[in-house]
Design a protein around this ligand. Sequence first.
Ligand code: NAD
Length: 317
Amino acid sequence: MQALVTGGAGFIGSTLVDRLLAEDWHVDVIDDLSSGSLANLATARTLPDRRFSFHRLDLASPAVVELIAHRRPDVIFHLAAQMDVRVSVARPVFDATVNVLGSLNVFEGAVAAGVKKVVFAGSGGTLYGTPEKIPTKETAAQHPESPYGVAKKAVGEYLYYYRHQRGLEYTVLALANVYGPRQNPHGEAGVVAIFSAKLLDRERPLIFGDGSQTRDFVYVDDVADAFVRAVEKGGGLTLNIGTGVETSVQKLYNRMAKLTGFREKADYKPARMGELQRSAVDAGRAEMHLGWKPFTMIEDGLARTLEYFKGQRAGAR
Ligand code: NAD
């Protein structure tokens, strides 16, 4: 099978690429390397061109349509995105250019190429806005509170159109807070990566607010597994991908501090405007339609993530 992974040089995308290659897929990656890195594709890039090829391209460029039409993949995993919520608030036009118009280039290419399926990385953490019920089901009202969330929702609507009017099959995976090796510790998002980098540097990480805010942390390998399962199943559906478990940022900090033997308190700063107090998604529908359940315990996932960042630091010395 031939896959095309947009955003394949990123955190989740590159983990998915490795999984697909391990299962003998042939893989093309489109990525502009704006937040991803070729280092994430080190293993993939040792393979011959016939198995793996990398295309440095901006999603918003019409060349994306031509490339997809030319490569004719069986399946597209669409993960490339401007994924910083704060950037989307500051620059909504830029956000929509990448996340909405870029996605339309991918879907136009998919239709031209006769692609069998698009699996899209949606956002379970922003799609439902401030939800009434936690863990949140897919049937909850969708009122995203940021341009990023609105763009992800709009892409889901476009996919409905493409399925019904243009014959393009799809599944939206509404991801909770994904963590694991390769996540970028330098951005605003990705609290596990940020805490990892700080704790290994023996510095006190920042916590905004009192740390009681909760998130649903799902391990990146489990997420890659959901993408692979969605190739054959879940057509026309939006499926939450998360653990359903709320973990407070304080509890996360306590666990990670213990794992690294760091005894100091975090550095507390005032809560940031517009951040959700609680978030977790119910993935029962994904279990029903994909046979998917999270399989990595948070203790194991955090230990593996810290090992990865330790290795990165050792390599950089
Ligand atoms: P990431 O930043 O590591 O990956 C995004 C990739 O897209 C990067 O490699 C980046 O270089 C590429 N990219 C960005 N803009 C591009 C453009 N204009 N053209 C081509 N490539 C471009 O982030 P990630 O955490 O791996 O996220 C992957 C996807 O999952 C994104 O769509 C994101 O919105 C979604 N998602 C992530 C999370 C999470 O917790 N990490 C949660 C929900 C949804």
